[in-house]
Design a binder for this molecule. Structure first.
Ligand code: TYD
Ligand code: MG
Length: 447
């Protein structure tokens, strides 16, 4: 006979334990265990094993959205029966984006059920008016009980369901309140079951906590098929939709949008947009062709150095990794004769973009040196290269793509590591300046 049992779950990583623990062995977080009662395991029909070669390949016809930026991040559209989580800071535009998606899908003749636990039908109606969404075939449901939602879904039989947000949803019969780990987990599992059995894709909105993870935590990320983040700076109008997990595609893609008067508009040529406000020939500014997934993106890196007024010099990194900045400052000081030990250093990537690849090292180092020496970098030049601890320059991947994007936007030269030039298979459309070391690169660029 099965009976109710109590387990403890880490609200950070979802680790399960039969007794309470002070520190989670899974994620090393203190005080993260919460109690949860599990009902008797329901008896489910047993699944039958099949030989792989005998499994009929269902045609996975994806639901292609009229937003090519969104489709690319998804890997070519929404897979039927999949659960897609969209996270992001409050006010970044998640509800706006999903309402636009709902409107567009409904307009193409497929029914959409938009469930909101946060806004009333009137509020959504107002927003839809602003976004010029007509709303035929788009059903609004202000509801937070998962059971009721699935009841309505059975009635309406939509081809896409949107839940805004998962933290407001609850399942009856659970002791905890909406938004708690237990509720978020159970609601997501139930929605997952429904999506898989009905074949209807479900888009979930998830709120992000202060430390940048989706509240009601990693558990959620393990359950769903796709996790996307909508990012951007509060006061910049650009929004990046970035893949973090994708069972059906690459996670390196980003979609670029701009928030305007009428909601989010796709930015199809982001390099041009990001460079449009550039003050050409400014000191401390360098352009780097980074690669986001398959798409090269030209971004401007700005740096400012100023003498520290007292104590330890400070370093501030916006859009680049802080530890990477520390490393570059140390290498510049020790290997390239740019003495930063009594300088505050601030680095900023324009447009609210975050760069994680080391290929931007040379650009960051060059921007810092340009500011420190008060010498500007040729505005028609882009820079690429990873910097090693002994001050050597290392090759970067997919050089052809990056150079082509630079040439497309009218750049004339590219400063790059010598080994990269040797690896080029086709003659580049822009002039190459090769350097072996950071010191040599600075000499060439800041003559
Ligand atoms: P919202 O989608 O409500 O954010 P989230 O659901 O992620 O919390 O976004 C609200 C913000 O977007 C709000 O600050 C106003 C702005 N906005 C526009 O600039 N233009 C628009 O057309 C809309 C609908 C919103
Ligand atoms: Mg919202």
């Amino acid at each position: 006979m099965t009976r109710e049992r109590t387990v403890f779950i880490c609200k950070n990583c979802g680790h399960e334990s039969l007794k309470w623990l002070g520190r989670c062995p899974g994620c090393q977080e203190w005080n993260s265990y919460v109690e949860k009662t599990q009902g008797p395991a329901s008896t489910r029909p047993q699944a039958v094993a099949q030989e792989l070669s005998q499994v009929a390949t269902e045609q996975l016809s994806r639901l292609v959205l009229p937003y090519s930026e969104f489709n690319r991040v998804l890997g070519g559209g929404i897979v039927p029966g999949s659960l897609v989580l969209i996270g992001g800071d409050p006010g970044i535009g998640k509800s706006t984006l999903l309402l636009q998606v709902a409107g567009a899908v409904a307009e193409s003749g497929r029914g959409v059920l938009y469930v909101s636990g946060e806004e009333s039908v009137n509020q959504i109606r107002l927003r839809a008016g602003r976004l010029e969404i007509l709303g035929e075939g788009l059903y609004l449901l202000p509801e937070t009980s998962v059971e009721n939602i699935l009841g309505s879904a059975e009635e309406i039989a939509p081809q896409l369901m949107i839940i805004d947000s998962i933290q407001t949803m609850y399942r009856e019969g659970l002791p905890s309140t909406a938004g708690s780990v237990g509720q978020v987990r159970e609601c997501t599992l139930r929605l997952m079951q429904w999506a898989k059995s009905s074949g209807v894709p479900v888009l979930l909105v998830g709120h992000v906590t202060k430390d940048g993870t989706i509240a009601g935590p990693h558990v959620l990320e393990h359950i769903v098929d796709v996790v996307l983040y909508l990012e951007g700076e509060r006061f910049s109008s650009y929004r990046l939709l970035r893949g973090v997990k994708n069972r059906f595609g690459s996670i390196n893609e980003v979609g670029v949008f701009e928030m305007g008067e009428q909601g989010l508009v796709e930015v199809t040529n982001p390099s041009e947009a990001f460079l449009s406000q550039r003050a050409e020939g400014a000191i401390g500014s360098v352009i780097v062709p980074t690669l986001e997934g398959t798409r090269p993106l030209l971004v401007e890196i700005q740096a400012l150095t100023s003498p520290s007024s007292f104590g330890l010099p400070r370093r501030t990194a916006n859009g680049v990794d802080f530890n990477r900045l520390l490393l570059l400052c140390a290498v510049l000081t020790r290997r390239a004769g740019v003495s930063l030990s009594n300088q505050d250093v601030i680095v900023n990537v324009v447009g609210g973009i975050k760069i994680s690849e080391p290929a931007a090292d040379l650009g960051v180092a060059l921007a810092i040196s340009s500011s420190f020496r008060g010498v500007k970098v040729d505005p028609n030049m882009v820079a690429l290269g990873e910097v090693g601890l002994s001050g050597e320059l290392r090759p970067v991947s997919q050089l052809e793509r990056r150079l082509a994007e630079g040439a497309n936007l009218g750049f004339k030269t590219c400063l790059l590591p010598t080994p990269s030039r040797a690896g080029l298979s086709s003659p580049p459309q822009i002039e190459l300046i090769a350097a072996d070391s950071l010191a040599q690169a600075l000499k060439l660029a800041l003559a």
